[in-house]
Every structure is written in structure tokens, then in C-alpha cells.
Design a protein around this ligand. Sequence first.
Ligand SMILES: NC(=O)c1ccc[n+]([C@@H]2O[C@H](COP(=O)([O-])OP(=O)(O)OC[C@H]3O[C@@H](n4cnc5c(N)ncnc54)[C@H](OP(=O)(O)O)[C@@H]3O)[C@@H](O)[C@H]2O)c1
Length: 413
Amino acid sequence: MEAKRVAVAGFGNVGKGVIEILLQKQIQELKLAKIVVKHPDKSRPFNVDPNLVTTDFATVVNDPTIDIVVEVMGGIEDARSLIMDALQNGKDIVTANKAIISSGAEIFSLAAKQRRIIGFRGTFVGCNTLIHDLSLSAGRIHKMCAILNGTCNYILSRMSRLGVSFEQALKEAQEQGYAEADASEDIDGLDTARKIQILSGVINNTFNMPSDVFCEGIREITMQDIQYSRELGYIIKLVGMVEREDNSATIFVRPVLMPQGSLLASVEDANNAIELEDNFGVVSILVAPGAGTYPTAVAIINDLLDIAHGDTSMMPTSSTPIILNDAGDIEARYYLRLTVIDQPGVLAQITRILGDHKISLASVIQKAEVSAKAVSVIVTTYTVREKELRAALAKIDHLEVVKAKTMVIQILA
Ligand SMILES: NC(=O)c1ccc[n+]([C@@H]2O[C@H](COP(=O)([O-])OP(=O)(O)OC[C@H]3O[C@@H](n4cnc5c(N)ncnc54)[C@H](OP(=O)(O)O)[C@@H]3O)[C@@H](O)[C@H]2O)c1
């Protein structure tokens, strides 16, 4: 087999791993042909032949001897135009760019027209080894619940295990290199949302992924929530969820309370995990690192090898969009943390409103003072439609005795 000639656009955290493996591992099927960078004078972690390096996309896109372009630059505009031009010129693509693949209908359509392949394992590194099984399982996976962001899992693990504050745990995540200086994409859930969009596309065999996935991050989670949920037998995790019904799916990203003994609850630190439930109710789980130079570079190398071997089975092939269910129709149990004045009759006012909305309570616990004038009351509900709960809370949060917006966290059964 003649080796495929590969251009790598990007020599940063991910690119350096891909380039190092291509140069050092002597993979028979792959040959490094070009490296595209933005700043050619920047010092690199190892030396490469200067003739390989360019800043000009055209030298890659117009070179008929280059078979595959690996896009690991990040960003949107330049990356998209490189990918589109390379596809137009008959090249296969491998990318780790979540922002591009999660809204990738245009790119996948062009790839189909050009009969080219898009490898995108690097967009969900933590469960990329499942991609073939997932893509062959269209219609067979009922539910996917996944921890897809290492930064958030690290923060929540540190808060839970060591009792450090959110701010301190975030600082440690940044020091460890898990989180960017601006970690908002991670902690506001957007990174997880992109990954769950892509994964739902894979398990439903569509490249037309929903853009308005319900998304909540972990900014509002306090040490109180971590402690109270632990007392109730739960751990808080940020998850991405896809639950398929006949012709539609419920997809969301949010922190949830999960039972302490569950498999996903035991996934600590920056690890990622994916739990799958098939149509027969059988559950399996994979745990793996979700980012970093080598895990991501290896995911990319595996895509390159698939392309070299002519294996296209990881690509979604249908443009039929997923019909999204309204997140307000989620039926679940909920944890509520209310901040109220410590005086007789307050609980009665709250439970009356919840009762008016037919919301039954599983437990009500009054906790210690959170300030001179307010206490926390922790309520867990039985199963309720989320819309109904939100309607009740809109009234509760307007009561004079309620001193802060009520914290709401879904409980996973
Ligand atoms: N880091 C991870 O663990 C991880 C995991 C999964 C997915 N990803 C994804 O992988 C991609 C790359 O991430 P990264 O962490 O490797 O980024 P990075 O460290 O910032 O590296 C970006 C590289 O792209 C080059 N570049 C940027 N814009 C360019 C342009 N317009 N023309 C030519 N070169 C350009 C930069 O060149 P210079 O070096 O010359 O400035 C740099 O080498 C992103 O889409 C990211 O979301 C990353």
C-alpha cells in the first residue's frame, strides 16, 4: 500500500503530538508531507525539516500529492475555509474542531458530494474508541449519559472529595493545564454541549445536528450543594445526555445528582466517561482521558489509519435532522435549595405552592443559617414535569420570605 501523504495544519498542543507520532513512529500507511503554522519563527518542542513548514494554506490545498489534511488549528473561519477548500480539491479531512463539526452539515454534505471522508474522533477524545460501534448502532442505543468535560469533572471531584471551593478548584484545574485561562466554554457547559451534539449525530446517523441543545453549566454549584447532595446519597456531575424516543430525542447538558454507588459517579478528576443503555436496557460504560496532547493525537492517528484503510464507517450519512423534545417536558426528580427567612410559616407557604402544582415532596430538610437572616431548605421532589416545577418556582422565588433564586438540580434515578 502506498503511504497517504498528510498535511498537519497546527503545531500547538494537539498538532505537536500528531507530528511527533508521524515522524517518530514510522507508520507505514502515513507520511508527513506539510506542516501549516501561523508564526513560523515560534520555537517548537522539537526540530522539523524547515522545508515541511508553511504559513500558506494554498500550498497544501493546491498540492495534488497531498491526500489528507489534518486541521488542528482551532478557531472557526480559517479552519472552515481550509477544510472546505481541501475537500473541493479532493482531500480527506481529519479534525479535532468541535465548533466546526457540531454545526458540520455543510462540511459533511460537501464531503459526501466529493466522496471524501471526515475523521472527527478528536472532537470527543474520551470515547473516540467507540466510534465504529456507535456509528453502526443507529437506532439501537436508547440512552447515552456522558461526562465529557475534564475541567468540570476535575472541579466537581475536588470540591466533593477535598471540600475546596469552586474558585480554588478552577484555579487548580488551570494550574494543571486542564482548563484555559478563560474556562467559560468548559464551565458553562458549551464544550460538553458540542460533544453531545456530535455524539447524538453519530448514534442517530445524522450530520444535521440540533443547535439549540438545552445547556446549563456548573458556575452556580456551591459547596453547600455538594455537601447536601452527599448527605442525600448523591454526587454532582456535569453530564451530556441523549435519550431517544421513537422519532425524537431529549438532549441536554446540565449538572445532575447521581447515586453515589453508580458507575458514572465514581469517575474522578479530569477523566471522561460514556454510559450507554441499549434498547434492551443493558448498560455499559467506558472511562478514558478526554483531552491532552497524546490522547487527542492518537485519536487523530486512528482517523488517519481508518482513511488509509478505506474505512468510512464512522461518518454519519443522513441529513435528516434530529427532532428535539422540549427540555421543559423532562420528567424527573429534582433537588431544590431554597434560601429563606428563618421564621414559622415559611415552609407552609412553599409547600402550598408546590402542592398547587401537584408536586409531591420526597424530603424536606432545614439546614444551618447561610447568613444572619436566612437558612437553606433542601427539598427533593418525586417525579415531576420540569415545566410544572419551573412554574411553581417562579411563584416561590417571588415570595417575600425567599431571599435568593432557588437552586434546581435534576436527580438521575
Ligand atoms: N488541547 C486539547 O487537549 C484538545 C483536545 C481535543 C480537541 N482539541 C481541539 O484541537 C484544536 C487545536 O487545539 P490546540 O490545543 O492544539 O490549539 P493550540 O495549542 O492553540 O494550537 C493551534 C495551532 O494552530 C496554528 N494556527 C492557528 N491559527 C492558524 C492559522 N490561521 N494559520 C495557520 N496556523 C494556525 C497555531 O500556529 P502557531 O503555533 O504558529 O501560532 C498553533 O500551532 C482545537 O480545535 C481544539 O478544540 C484540543
